[in-house]
Ligand binder design. Structure first.
Ligand code: NAD
Length: 278
């Protein structure tokens, strides 16, 4: 089975693999093993964050993999406590040092924290990092349309990516439409709805049987056909391999419609309008 992942071309021409590997809630040592397995299985994009506490293990796995640095797309995220212009520049240096890298592929503001009013200043530091060639693309995460609009109005670089919670129960139509208009790539976090529950839904099980695939592969394929970037997580080697085998089959119009019908605008994670944590 082919595991060749096509690129998503970001709005500054940088190519990001459309499917990558997420490491949230994976302790550092385990992340090292899981990232090594993912790179071995053909993943070439890794999504970590300062707050995950596994940038070091992620970096060790990349270094030991033998995969050339330029062939791996590495994303990390600015944690909430580090928002603000100067603090952002310091946090970026700390993340690069943890990762053991001399440049980053994508840096994201992890949460907008609208009540703190710092995301514009943080993003201006991102623009400096981009201009200085220390990161290849900059973007945001968990930004609601109103935050994206304000950012575009008050800064110079349109974000390349907005990484948001997105799965069949939360299809994010308003954000996806805005991103489409503005040339922002939509990246889905918890693309499998964190596994439990969603992957047993009869409509998904039926589509999986029809294509001789698993429900996880069907959900990931749905994202791919919508144009989303996805970063499924697993620490189980067989699932890590399974989740990248989604480029050698297609869902038909009827399958896509059945999955679209599952939308309930239901979040698993926090609401970005009010989420605020250090
Ligand atoms: P996910 O939707 O990727 O689900 C992961 C879980 O699904 C696994 O722990 C496992 O229980 C199950 N699973 C995975 N593959 C499976 C398979 N083939 N069959 C059956 N079950 C399977 O959830 P996630 O980890 O929350 O999200 C993915 C990544 O998104 C994270 O690792 C992280 O990198 C990113 N993320 C970002 C934010 C953010 O605020 N920006 C928040 C959450 C997650």
């Amino acid at each position: 089975m082919s595991s060749k992942v096509p690129p998503k071309i970001l709005n500054n021409g940088v190519e990001m693999p459309q499917l990558g590997f997420g490491v949230w809630q994976v302790p550092d040592d385990e992340a090292e093993r899981a990232v090594a397995t993912a790179l071995e299985a053909g993943y070439r994009s890794i999504d970590t964050a300062a707050i995950y506490g596994n940038e070091a293990g992620t970096g060790r796995a990349i270094a030991a993999s033998g995969v050339p640095r330029e062939d791996v797309f590495v994303t990390t995220k600015l944690w909430n406590a580090d928002q603000g212009y100067d603090a952002t520049l310091r946090a970026f240096d700390a993340s690069l040092a943890q990762l053991g890298l001399d440049y980053l592929d994508l840096y994201l503001i992890h949460w907008p924290l609208p009540a703190r009013g710092k995301y514009i200043d943080s993003y201006k530091a991102f623009e400096k990092l981009l201009a200085d060639g220390r990161v290849r693309a900059i973007g945001v995460s968990n930004f609601l349309p109103e935050h994206v609009e304000r950012l575009i109005a008050e800064t110079s670089v349109i974000p390349a990516v907005n990484q948001i919670e997105l799965h069949p129960y939360l299809q994010q139509h308003a954000s996806r439409e805005l991103h489409e208009e503005q040339g922002i790539a939509t990246e889905a976090w918890s693309p499998l709805g964190q596994g439990k529950g969603l992957l047993e839904v009869p409509a998904l099980v039926a589509i999986a049987q029809k294509h001789n695939r698993t429900p996880a592969q069907v959900v990931l394929r749905w994202h791919i056909q919508l144009g989303n970037v996805v970063i499924p997580k697993s620490v189980t080697p067989s699932r890590i391999k399974e989740n990248i085998q989604v480029f050698d089959f297609s869902l038909d119009t009827e399958d896509l419609a059945a999955i679209s019908a599952l939308n309930e605008d239901r979040r698993i994670g926090p609401n970005p309008a009010v989420f605020d944590m250090d």
